[in-house]
Write a protein that binds this ligand. Structure first.
Ligand SMILES: [Mn+2]
Length: 198
């Protein structure tokens, strides 16, 4: 095993978030980006949020080592099994998170207009105080956080190529997060969000 990666703990009230900028080196991260981009059956589902239905502004895919579906925004996704590549990534982040993940929701942000609106990862199948481990490959995107009850509490961080972000504890109960659109001409980003669904 390699030496443990640098950990940056966010100083965030009523939440627990750590950022690890270089879990995967540049070469490795590009190799993973290309393989996952090509091997994945990316879908664009229609989601319903606040009673409105529209195509989700990004592509997604679900993987798991069990058959458990994942539902959010009025859609239910059924998993495919993990590829060798995804298993390698999963194992690496498990040594950092000290948890075993069952499921990975993959997101492809094709360009700056792809996004993910304000939400919490608080679906009931994730259980209480879920841990979410989010890996980024490709283009950098800004991750924003805002507290649910105190609008003065906000954070922003840039999720870099080859990085890992871990949210756990009370984070999903107290905070919303988003990836906002940007008008900048940017390249695609792949985001792998590892979760536990039992
Ligand atoms: Mn999320």
């Amino acid at each position: 095993m390699l030496f443990p990666p640098e950990e940056i703990k966010l100083n965030i009230k009523e939440g627990d978030i750590s950022y690890y900028p270089k879990v995967f080196n540049e070469t490795e991260a590009f190799k993973y980006f290309n393989t996952i981009l090509k091997e994945t059956n990316w879908n664009q589902d229609n989601i319903t949020v606040y009673g409105k239905t529209y195509p989700q502004p990004r592509l997604t895919a679900l993987f798991a080592n069990n058959q458990k579906p994942y539902s959010y925004s009025n859609i239910t996704m059924y998993p495919e099994s993990f590829s060798k590549t995804l298993l390698k990534i999963k194992h690496r982040i498990e040594t950092i998170a000290h948890e075993e993940f069952t499921t990975c929701l993959a997101n492809l942000y094709r360009h700056g207009l792809d996004s993910n609106g304000w939400h919490s990862d608080n679906e009931k199948e994730l259980g209480r105080n879920p841990i979410i481990a989010s890996v980024s490959f490709g283009e950098e995107r800004t991750f924003s956080l805002k507290h649910k009850n105190n609008k003065n509490l906000k954070h922003k961080l840039v999720l870099e190529h080859g990085s890992l972000l871990i949210m756990k504890g009370e984070t999903q109960n107290n905070w919303l997060h988003q990836i906002a659109k940007t008008k900048r001409k940017i390249k695609p980003r792949i985001n792998l969000t590892f979760r536990i669904i039992k």
